[in-house]
Write a protein that binds this ligand. Sequence first.
Ligand SMILES: CC(C)(COP(=O)(O)OP(=O)(O)OC[C@H]1O[C@@H](n2cnc3c(N)ncnc32)[C@H](O)[C@@H]1OP(=O)(O)O)[C@@H](O)C(=O)NCCC(=O)NCCS
Length: 305
Amino acid sequence: MEQFSDPQIHLAVPEQVDEIFAIMSGVAAQMEHPEYYVIDDRDYVARHISQEGFTLLWMEGETVAGFLIVHLPRPGDEHNLGNDLGFSPRQLLLSAHMESAAILPQFRGRGIQKKLLAAAGGRVRQMGFQYSLCTVHPDNLPSLKSLQSLGYQVAATKLKYGGKLRHIMKKELGSIQGGFPMKGLHHIALWAPDESGFRQALEFYNKVLGCPVVHTWERKGQSAAMLDLGGTRLELVIDPAGANGPFAHIAFDVEDVDAVVETVRAAGRPITMEPTDVSLGPDYPARVAFCKGPIGELVEFFQVK
Ligand SMILES: CC(C)(COP(=O)(O)OP(=O)(O)OC[C@H]1O[C@@H](n2cnc3c(N)ncnc32)[C@H](O)[C@@H]1OP(=O)(O)O)[C@@H](O)C(=O)NCCC(=O)NCCS
């Protein structure tokens, strides 16, 4: 079982959905100012046990005293609060939401929401998120104070949830990697020894394994192709020296090649190709750079332009 800094904090499991939803709906029904606390349905709670985020509980013995639901927006989620703050696509990918918190009235006054927020912030940071975002009504002082005391700041104030006034609160969690979280693997590249090897490899990956050819282009006067492996791509290129074996490089999908290269350089890794604008065919401009990895591997940073 995952341990948190406070032993009373637990990760919710599916069997606790009804108990959490009962607290959520019970607290909402008793609100002096109902507009402060907008709630969702049971299915929403169920989806935030593991699929769309996670839920932290504060336990008093066997009793759930309160909860905090964390939502992890998927790429392209129009409800990502970073959209309200003008976040870049990369910042949106690195944003987590502290979505819904409620403490049963008899357990309030002990800063439990704050402890849950701190634990959740630590957890999403470990997961690689860099921004923690949430909304709060400007007059919901217990919630606002809990957030502010943890370093959350008012980043915008606007109408949300069909016309309800909300501060959008933001906290920068910082990167635990200290570098640049990758957007994923862009491609793996294989050397073919010559044109005939290239054709055989293309035939195998395209015709036998059914990987669609996404791009073809000429590299130094020789054939090159990019195939879709189902999310990640495979680049087939011809090795001019013909002697380096089939593995060419792995390429990370990055937001800013130049910034990554400066970090890699500062870490002492040789840059074997400085950031360069390239074209993989007429409709595929990219900016790429290469470095030598610690065990001799060639690593590419690939920024789609
Ligand atoms: C918001 C909520 C989760 C906070 O519960 P809690 O963790 O027990 O909060 P506390 O009572 O310990 O109060 C937190 C802070 O607000 C302050 N506070 C509490 N009530 C206050 C009030 N009426 N006026 C001003 N400050 C107040 C506390 O002094 C404390 O400040 P401190 O950190 O400087 O000591 C709880 O009030 C709740 O369930 N509310 C209903 C649902 C809700 O509004 N959820 C938030 C929106 S998602």
